[in-house]
Write a protein that binds this ligand. Structure first.
Ligand SMILES: [Cu+2]
Length: 356
């Protein structure tokens, strides 16, 4: 149970005390407490706590549709845009640079080593995740290749669970990466990069949602043979963290750390073209979105095509969906971005571009 959930439980207890303090009879208090308890337990489920036997949600009334992870945080957990979901103390502005700024374009064979390692990650001021990672970070490394070139991945599994890495895109089915690699195992994946676009990669070992939610995902950028126009490029991978392992996300993050870009805005020059590679790597929630304040952006679905499909200020993603977004921030100032699923925004997935 996260601290936030503990906090909301305490405040519920206090609320019950207040009801009890209202001069009700014991019998009356019992009835009132029962009623409040049902409501409070429903709220607890919404906040990511595991359902309990007395939560009033047993039997056929339990919602069995697509899971929505949580409601807006309340009480001490709710800051203006952070509270418990703000960036960890002690992080500094450059700490996510490797996950924010893609490597420069390159031609020729791309060689990369990817080792799955387990580690604890501080993913917000109040939450620690027992993460599974490629090379120690979640997301894993940004891989960049030119269409048609070879990407050779030397994969090692340094954990006690089966893992692997599966790339989206077009490649030989012999190197699709769905076969589990056992603990201590190694393999080599050879992927012909393509098509030009932005493609997720992720662990494809069952149960897949748990493997991805614990951090085994990342971005492959494939450039067209002629390269891309000059722009200030960033990668933004949205994910959830299920820190109490109940199959629901307690918090949300761009590039793995809740509240990071709220505390450390992404700085771009006013008037400079910006290219954002945006991926929805969130498990347990059926959809997410990216919304930019005060400006519109051009959308290349899956990052493909040589002209944008449309222009908007909200683009919606199913799971594993992604796009390249291009825009320019003409005026000096802060431009907010966040999913328009507001509990995601309120639980860590709000950030800023700062045009300077
Ligand atoms: Cu895995």
């Amino acid at each position: 149970m996260s601290d936030a959930d503990a906090t909301s439980r305490i405040s519920r207890r206090e609320a019950l005390k207040k009801v009890g303090g209202g001069g009700l009879t014991v019998l009356g208090a019992g009835i009132v407490v029962g009623a409040v308890g049902t409501h409070a337990a429903a709220h607890a489920v919404g906040n990511g706590a595991a359902p309990t036997a007395d939560d009033g949600h047993g039997g056929s009334t339990e919602y069995d549709g697509p899971r929505i992870s949580g409601e807006l945080p309340t009480g001490d957990a709710a800051g203006p845009y952070g509270g418990d979901y703000s960036a960890p103390e002690g992080m500094s502005a450059g700490d996510l640079d490797a996950l924010t700024y893609p490597p420069p374009a390159s031609t020729g064979t791309v060689e990369i080593e990817m080792t799955v390692v387990e580690r604890s990650l501080q993913v917000s001021r109040a939450h620690t995740a027992e993460a599974w990672t490629y090379n120690g970070t979640a997301p894993g490394p940004i891989i960049r290749a030119t269409e048609g070139e070879l990407v050779r991945v030397r994969f090692r599994n340094a954990t006690d669970h089966d893992h692997n890495v599966h790339f989206h895109g077009r490649h030989s089915p012999l190197h699709d990466g769905w076969e589990p690699v056992p603990p201590g195992g190694e393999t080599v994946y050879e992927i012909a990069a393509g098509p030009a676009g932005v493609h997720p990669y992720h662990c494809h070992t069952m149960p897949i949602d748990r493997h991805i939610a614990r951090g085994l995902y990342g971005a492959l950028i494939v450039d067209p043979p002629g390269g891309r126009s000059d722009a200030h490029e960033v990668v933004l991978a949205l994910s959830g963290w299920d820190v109490n392992d109940d199959g629901r996300n307690e918090l949300y993050a761009w590039n793995g750390v809740a509240g990071f870009y709220e505390k450390f805005p992404i700085k771009v020059a006013a008037g400079e073209p910006v290219r954002a590679y945006v991926l929805n790597m969130t498990e347990f929630d059926p959809m997410a979105s990216f919304h930019l304040h005060a400006e519109m952006f051009d959308v290349y679905p899956a990052g493909m095509g040589d002209r944008p499909a449309f222009t908007t200020d909200v683009v919606t993603f199913g799971q594993m969906d992604r796009a390249i977004l291009e825009f320019t921030l003409p005026e000096i100032g802060r431009y907010m971005f966040h999913p328009h699923q507001h509990m995601m925004m309120s639980r860590g997935a709000m950030g800023w571009f700062s045009a300077i």
